[in-house]
Design a protein around this ligand. Structure first.
Ligand code: GLU
Length: 320
């Protein structure tokens, strides 16, 4: 990096530091128009007024605002990283035998296209059907071993040894997930899933239930922002090609069926989860974690999306 870009980066960081509290306070007002997810009963306990953000750069400078210390479960955000692990375990050819590369335009837990479009493979790895297929591809002798490998991988990327499963959320989802169960049995019938369906769902529900804070999401996003290499440790965790695949899915399918709108309004690769988290990144610059449990009608954090729109528009972050 030359002196000029260093200066630009510092100017940008100073501007963010100055403005972020106001931008966050303004976005927080949107919480009132959203609703906390209730279909997993344990998630309904979250505070719908909360909003937090953590931004980290390659030198380890962190800028935070709002309620960023509150843990929440990754939910669908974990799908980006199980995809990466499945690619590292199996290579591209095998992974894309089981999942497609296209957005659906349907709800994340819809089964509609599975039967409608042949062959019956899930459209992409970020919808539930696709992520369940990906869970079945993680290497390991049994569910416990797969779960340990996933958690270890996430700990390395977040540089946080204390990441753990949230058992209450795991149990809550396991007891209410009839739709995901029916989807998994359908996929087994079609030969997409091999092995014991309960074990595969155990792996899927477990990785959705990993507790993180905005700081963890930001650090994991930083690795993606630098093509798989953590700029703080210098460790190349993931091959660049696989990060390219994951980031492309984040642009086309990462924000449910509001991914097109998010690409137009924000223009960054991102993935959201039903607990209200959003992981996003500015390539070569920042990793960002946002949390705001009140969701809009498409299932994305309503205040979180507003805050990212504000940041992207003021700092000209859109890639397009
Ligand atoms: N565990 C959640 C489910 O399968 C994840 C959904 C999400 O965050 O989109 O319903």
């Amino acid at each position: 990096m030359n002196n000029h870009s260093h200066k630009n980066n510092n100017d940008e960081i100073n501007l963010i530091k100055q403005q972020l509290p106001d931008w966050l306070a303004n976005s927080r007002k949107r919480c009132a128009d959203g609703k906390v997810a209730g279909y997993i009963p344990e998630l309904a306990k979250a505070n719908s007024d909360s909003l937090g953000i953590h931004i980290i750069d390659a030198a380890g400078n962190s800028i935070t605002a709002g309620d960023c210390g509150i843990p929440f479960t990754m939910q669908s955000i974990s799908k980006v990283f199980t995809l990466l692990l499945a690619l590292m375990d199996n290579g591209e050819d095998l992974v894309f035998d089981k999942v497609g590369m296209e957005p659906t335009g349907d709800h994340f837990n819809s089964m509609l296209k599975l039967e409608l479009v042949q062959p019956s493979i899930p459209f992409n790895p970020l919808i539930n059907a696709g992520a369940i297929a990906i869970s079945s591809l993680i290497k390991g002798e049994n569910a416990g071993e797969k779960n340990n490998r996933i958690l270890d991988f996430f700990k390395q990327l977040a540089n946080n040894d204390s990441l753990a499963y949230n058992d209450a959320v795991f149990q809550s989802e396991s007891h209410t997930a009839d739709l995901n169960r029916s989807m998994a049995y359908f996929l087994k019938d079609k030969g997409i899933l091999r092995g014991n369906v309960d074990d595969i769902l155990n792996v899927y529900f477990r990785h959705c239930s990993i507790d993180v804070t905005c700081a963890d999401l930001a650090r994991m996003a930083l690795v993606l922002a630098f093509d798989g290499k953590d700029p703080l440790s210098g460790i190349q965790h993931i091959p660049r090609r696989y990060v390219q695949i994951a980031k492309t899915f984040m642009v086309t399918c990462g924000m449910y069926n509001a991914s097109g709108q998010f690409a137009i309004q924000v223009g960054l690769p991102a993935k959201s989860g039903v607990a209200g988290g959003i992981l996003t990144l500015v390539p070569g610059k920042f990793g960002i974690g946002v949390a705001g449990p009140a969701l809009n009608a498409k299932g994305n954090s309503i205040a979180g999306v507003h805050l990212l729109e504000t940041l992207s528009q003021n700092l000209k972050w859109s890639l397009f």
